[in-house]
Design a protein around this ligand. Sequence first.
Ligand code: FAD
Ligand code: FES
Length: 259
Amino acid sequence: MIFDKKYKILENRFISGITYLLRFEAPDLRSSPSGSFVMIRSSEDNLYDPMMRRAFAIADIQGDDILVFYDVYGKGTETLTKKKPGDFISVLGPLGKNFFPEHFNDYLLIGGGVGFAGLSLFMKRLKEKGKSFKAIYGVRRKDQLSMLDWIIENNFKDDVVIYTEDGSYGQEGLVTRDLKQIISERKKTALMVCGPKGMMKAVLDVGKEMNVPTFLSLESKMACGFGICIGCVVKDIKTDSYVRVCYEGPVFDGYRIKF
Ligand SMILES: Cc1cc2nc3c(=O)[nH]c(=O)nc-3n(C[C@H](O)[C@H](O)[C@H](O)COP(=O)(O)OP(=O)(O)OC[C@H]3O[C@@H](n4cnc5c(N)ncnc54)[C@H](O)[C@@H]3O)c2cc1C
Ligand code: FES
């Protein structure tokens, strides 16, 4: 069921880099699937600027609380930073129909930047189910590790290998640096990826080279978030047709999608 409601903000604070953490109380959303997302309207009730809602992954669910990690780029997210605990925000969700597949024996989760927030709830669910997994979290610099506290607080420190491009924290380099070796050390693993387009393409290339299933949680400019506007389409190579990221996704078999 999809809810279109106002929820009370409990926390909305700067974390690091350009990332904020938003926590709101939404009992309706407590059983949202991992990998699903919400569309949030950051404008005031009587104003329509910005007009469109913005899409954000559900990064974690703690009791009745929904956690979203968001990078500030433009008007939508800038306006969102002004919201205070006690304010109400309009949220549509949970959205998406296709999420990370759950039938693999082993998982390698790879998140770039705030894209890690698209994997964190799935990682939590894998751990709860006792599934075998490892995660890789890559950013440019240490100050962009906005989910590091979440990783530590939720006891994932030993499950996540961190890469910074400048070597200021963890391993130095890109998330693809040791990827072939990590894949070959794991038995029949599958890659679940979320992050910037270039990073996802690089990971997909490695996945293809090593013949490993690779699933991508895609981002696209979204106006409606539920399949109506056709604004978020990507090309499905297998069927030679277009699919809506919001409705047929947001997770796709990377082998089918044209970048
Ligand atoms: C399914 C889905 C899940 C998402 N989950 C998250 C999430 O968990 N956390 C998060 O931070 N973002 C997430 N995003 C991206 C987020 O929706 C956009 O960053 C947001 O809509 C930007 O809105 P804005 O008003 O700040 O920027 P806009 O005013 O729309 O854009 C301002 C400028 O920034 C550029 N820009 C906008 N977004 C991005 C971006 N993501 N990367 C680089 N440049 C950008 C635009 O091209 C433009 O030049 C998700 C997107 C989708 C589709
Ligand atoms: S955002 Fe409207 S169809 Fe996907």
